[in-house]
Ligand binder design. Sequence first.
Ligand SMILES: C[S@@+](CC[C@H](N)C(=O)[O-])C[C@H]1O[C@@H](n2cnc3c(N)ncnc32)[C@H](O)[C@@H]1O
Length: 195
Amino acid sequence: MTTVNLDSDYWNNRYIENNTGWDIGYANPIHIDYVLDNIEKSARILIPGAGNGYEVSKLWNYGYSNVFAIDLSLEAKERFLSQNPKFPADQYLIGDFFELNQKFDLILEQTFFCAIKRNLRSQYADKIHRMLNTNGKLFGVLFSIEFQGGPPFGGDTEEYNRLFHSKFSIVKLEKSYQSIRSRQDKELIIELMKK
Ligand SMILES: C[S@@+](CC[C@H](N)C(=O)[O-])C[C@H]1O[C@@H](n2cnc3c(N)ncnc32)[C@H](O)[C@@H]1O
């Protein structure tokens, strides 16, 4: 079990030290294709733990003007804004996801769930449920394997079913065939609809 305090200093330093092995360097096409195919341009979209925010800028550039990011790391936000100077700075929120009180139509999951401690997982499910509007959805990828230590913290289908089934209709929870090479056979695609 990790004893590291996963607070804003921890995450901010990971960016300052360029110790960001999770960062794939571009917008994950799994998320972008899903949004382009399924989501209206006016939708309120949140990407929690957005980091360098590649999906955020990609969607904004596609005309999703109500796309928001939240992250604990100011360094990540500053890097994002330096790459995307025209993005409205107040749509990249700095703070704790668990304390955000806003509503969204869609929440995109990309290596945020695996970055929070396991004992926060049921709070994550509750929080996502509270933040979604009626018929709102969570879509994204989750790891299907376990890791030594963490973050990242892994999991499996059984655990995710247990965690989400009472509050969400599980539209999809299945092996991803579109993962980047280093995550092939290690990811599940998840799509949940708020009950
Ligand atoms: C593993 S990184 C993933 C970053 C990004 N999603 C990506 O794929 O490159 C996890 C991110 O979550 C942020 N984070 C961790 N706990 C958080 C919390 N409670 N609220 C908001 N952001 C958080 C970290 O600062 C970090 O940027």
